[in-house]
Design a protein around this ligand. Sequence first.
Ligand code: ADP
Ligand code: ZN
Length: 210
Amino acid sequence: MNLIFLGAPGAGKGTQAEVVSEALNIPQISTGNILREAAKNGTEYGVKAKAAMDSGALVSDDIVIGILKERIAEDDCKKGFILDGFPRTVPQAEALDAMGIKIDKVIEIAVADDTIKQRVSGRRVCEGCGASYHILYKPSKIEGKCDKCGCATIVRKDDQPATVLERLAVYHEKTAPLKNYYEKQGKLVTVEGQEEVSETSKLTLAAVGA
Ligand code: ADP
Ligand code: ZN
């Protein structure tokens, strides 16, 4: 099964993508994590991407489309995959269609902007492996330390309040039109993501038939 997870920054699409990835045993592909890793390693595109990410802007379509093409060509994607954070623009969705990739469902995790603003401040990410946490809703077992690799968990630069407002604006302008794009293809399923994480996970698993 090939799935797309759509949602505003901080809506919890990554968390839900992870739950479904474990349930269906297919890889979760987070373009945000791949970009942050590239930025950390100082690769050519990583350096370019970092400037855009830190300001709350999107990374250019050609960079992200290139990354995605390479990633889904890997062996572990043969039995299906979950795209978490891609596509984020209509041209990215068109590129996916042009590659001949068949998408089964697009899960939108719907959360109001006000809730997002409150939530993002509690978000933490592991410096080592990129795993994500939330101090209230998804705490690590030991505060400040990643459950998976033991590295420090930190606040992302782009989770600062001013940057979050910019990312929300970008989401509404560039990414939200994808709802209509996939609705027309009959693939959009909207999951309410306002309540507790475990509640949202139940709805999400039901939506993908897992
Ligand atoms: P969130 O979903 O919380 O916004 P992500 O980790 O998915 O966070 O993405 C972080 C940043 O990485 C984005 O704000 C953007 O700059 C960049 N990025 C990730 N995926 C894409 C994409 N498909 N297209 C353009 N930029 C992207
Ligand atoms: Zn880690």
